[in-house]
Design a protein around this ligand. Structure first.
Ligand code: GUN
Length: 295
């Protein structure tokens, strides 16, 4: 079977265009213009680039956006005060605090301080719990982007064996819950694997769908997968490359070239899952502005 490349860049553009049209309709009818806030602490280059892309996408879709930038030396109480103010801001529909945060700030404490109604990242325990129970919630951006890819490419998931590699709170864990849920896409039999899994290859060889989110370049290789596997590569690893303009290039957790011919569907890096996460965030913010999740 020929391999289909899942074009996340094009799909995210389509979704953003759909959102832009909806925002135009809302504006015409005098409705609430979606407004996203983003808090960026310090000067981590990857975080800067992600937040820039989120803000730019807001503008393209006709959203309002507010960027709050503070130096890495900010104290935890100062950041908590910013969050308390954003929670109270009636015009702001949702906001995110870009992670990772500097070491002296407790990320869990920050996540817990965000009003679940404005938690468009879907990181707060209230949203995570609602997601796990199948109740309306803000879904975390990466797993939601992956579901959207599977749906729009008509990839069958019911009854399939999905192996998730990596157990992070923002990707692996929620992904395993969502794909095993009674939903579409969903109804998978899921194996959640991680760095302590004894024989990972035995698991991946049984997988119809692999979601790789372990953060190790080229970790999943051709000998670890069966024919016609669906490959979703969440990895965004910077590797040094003196021939590249920026001095590095991005590669995924999957050996793309090695696996390509064996896969039925595969996401590239860059241009696969990455752009979908921004589209997910915009979808959540639009939902927030319409009070669709909590009312
Ligand atoms: N850091 C990496 N991914 C994310 C994300 O989806 N949201 C936030 N806030 N920080 C991140």
């Amino acid at each position: 079977m020929a391999t289909t490349i899942i074009d996340g860049k094009a799909l995210s553009k389509t979704i953003k265009e759909e959102i832009r049209e909806e925002v135009e309709r809302i504006k015409k009818n005098g409705g609430k213009i979606p407004h996203l806030g983003a808090v960026l602490i310090g000067d981590n280059p990857a975080s800067e680039s992600y937040v820039r892309s989120k803000v730019r996408s807001c503008e393209k879709c006709g959203f309002k956006s507010t960027l709050i930038r503070k130096p890495a030396q900010i104290t935890e109480p100062q950041l908590l005060k910013i969050i308390a103010d954003l929670n109270q801001d009636d015009d702001l529909d949702g906001f995110i605090v870009q992670l990772p945060l500097p070491e002296h700030i407790d990320e869990d404490k920050i996540t817990l301080a965000i009003d679940p109604k404005k938690d468009v990242d879907g990181f707060h325990p209230v949203n995570f719990g609602r997601m796990a129970l199948g109740l309306p919630s803000y879904l975390p951006a990466t797993p939601n982007g992956i579901l959207e890819m599977l749906k729009r490419y008509n990839i069958e998931t019911t009854g399939k064996h999905c192996v998730v590699v990596g157990r992070s709170n923002i990707v692996g864990k929620p992904m395993s819950i969502l794909l095993s849920g009674k939903s579409h896409p969903g109804n998978c039999t899921v194996t959640l694997t991680h760095s302590r899994t004894k024989d990972l290859k035995a698991d991946t060889l049984r997988a119809d769908i692999i979601v790789a989110a372990i953060g190790i370049p080229n970790f999943i290789t051709a000998d670890m997968v069966k024919d016609d596997v669906v490959i979703i590569d969440v990895g965004i690893n910077r590797v040094e490359d003196v021939t590249a303009k920026r001095g590095y290039r991005l590669i995924g957790d999957v050996d793309y070239e090695g696996i390509f011919a064996k896969a039925s569907y595969i996401t590239p890096v860059p241009g696969g899952v990455g752009p979908m996460t921004v589209a997910s965030l915009l979808m959540n913010t639009l939902k927030a502005s319409k009070n669709e999740v909590f009312d």
